[in-house]
Design a protein around this ligand. Sequence first.
Ligand code: ATP
Ligand code: LTN
Length: 332
Amino acid sequence: MKKTILSGSTVTGDLTLGNYIGAINNWTKLQDEYDCLYFLADLHALTVQQDPKVLKERTYSFLAQYVALGLDPQKNIIFAQSHVHQHTELSWILTCLTPMGNLNRMTQFKEKSEKHSKNINAGLFTYPTLMAADILLYQADKVPVGEDQKQHIELCRDLVTYFSNRYGEGILKMPEPFIAKMGARIMSLQDPSKKMSKSDENEKNFIAVIEDAKKIEKKIKSATTDSDTVIKYDLQNKPGLANLLTIYSVLSGKSYETLEKDYEGKMYGHLKVDLANLVVETLAPVKAKYDDLMKNRDYLDQLFKIGADKASQRAQVTLDKVYTAVGLVPRQ
Ligand code: ATP
Ligand code: LTN
């Protein structure tokens, strides 16, 4: 039996190089070896204010971006969270098991409530219980995510323990986070002290995976580095350069040492030009495939339907077990 992998990303902004390197690039490597489910967290997107038209367009766009980035709809179950009603149902059961104190500790909640100080809604606070439902419905063994999501997965694991203590072992599987050794935290291009985020207001901070070549070049050339000239991976003292070297290393498969040797005696400018070319080369076929897919709405709708049908079937098995365990009368 193959192990089950599940992951998703919130439907906000456009997927960035950070999402690609920290998450989706790893997802595509897993699709042959594991039973994989990847979804679009459209319900999670509602925890911050959304324009309904934009959210709808973006959900199609994200599906096209997933497929263009190499997620094969034949090999993986790809679906929208809101198409599988079991997510919100399990989320409620878990919400009733979650101590407020556990949610209060979540750094993402603290960060997002500072950023959206006029809209600190209850959904933003209970976000991790919906995320736990996403994972537990499919009895996922591993959850590939970037570093920033580790805390939410720890909370999900705590919920499995609370649930098992109260209602019995073996109903919900304990998941493991699966965090890549390299590239799990790609930093903002202008401010390498914070992570690259697709909902950043300053678009110079990120590169979208469907961005055009000219913009990519410009953004990499203007990325913040330091006033030194030696090309060396030094996270402490040269965080901007270290970030560029990480992107370079993941995309080229070359180690930091090899890159340092290749650029001995060269300037930061050389590295930036080469890196910009590499990023453009990597993303050009993605953009072409994406543009093609976006012209074919019917095909995207078909993918949504296939994904939702497959995911629902599996989700219902777990939900039935959970409802029975907690003492709800089965619907006749
Ligand atoms: P937002 O800015 O809307 O919060 P985000 O860019 O953080 O979005 P998510 O939807 O939260 O993106 O994340 C999707 C996946 O990408 C998650 O697994 C997350 O850990 C990973 N990820 C996000 N940003 C980065 C980054 N800068 N480096 C590496 N991985 C990342
Ligand atoms: N919160 C995640 C997106 C997400 C997710 C999940 C990731 C929602 N549900 C379940 C893995 C498993 C984020 O990256 N912001």
